[in-house]
Design a protein around this ligand. Structure first.
Ligand code: AMP
Length: 172
């Protein structure tokens, strides 16, 4: 995968004891690795008629915005509460370490939008499933979901029951 896999760092006991955090930031700070990660993330979706990428706060913004540019489509942020102005849709969910909510602006997607969800890591799957629910509330069509890293032992893929495909660039 163009060498970027070697740059993903395991950080034990972050942000809580027992969690092995996958730190992707060294991939972003290396220009060649960043480019090859964005290419690998984008490749499965190039011919599927996407109109937008929706990135999950916060690392999903970085990967998702770069993918949107690579794919020539728009970018929409799915944000934590209190950040977005205007009328919103909201979903609450549980994650590997705590609870959270995601919001999106009600008018973020034009009618007929075909959207790809993006995040950095798939762990238990709670975040991605919640993001798919949120997207459904907007009326946009979910074309698929892309993550850079899937942590197989945490079973996130089994919770992804959407018919839209879920693609992980790397799986551990
Ligand atoms: P989950 O909802 O359990 O699939 O958790 C996924 C979300 O939490 C993603 O937005 C990740 O950025 C973050 N996350 C969960 N577990 C990890 C991990 N072990 N390393 C890095 N990020 C993680």
């Amino acid at each position: 995968m163009g060498g970027f896999a070697d740059l993903i760092r395991d950080v034990p006991d972050f942000p809580k004891p027992g969690i092995v955090f996958k730190d992707i930031l060294p991939v972003l700070s290396d220009p060649a690795a960043f480019a090859s990660a964005i290419n690998a993330l984008s490749d499965p979706w190039r011919t599927l008629g996407l109109t937008a990428v929706a990135g999950i706060e916060a690392r999903g913004f970085i990967l998702g915005a770069a993918m949107a540019r690579e794919l020539g489509v728009g970018f929409v942020p799915l944000r934590k509460p209190g950040k977005l102005p205007g009328q919103l849709h909201e979903v609450a969910y549980a994650l590997e370490y705590g609870h959270d909510r995601l919001q999106v602006q009600r008018d973020a997607f034009a009618a007929g939008s075909r959207v790809l969800l993006v995040d950095d890591v798939l762990a238990t799957g709670g975040t991605l499933v919640a993001a798919a629910e949120l997207l459904q509330a907007t009326g946009a069509e979910l074309v698929g979901a892309a993550v850079l890293v899937e942590l197989r032992a945490l079973g996130g893929r089994a919770r992804w029951t959407c018919p839209a495909p879920l693609h992980a660039t790397l799986a551990y």
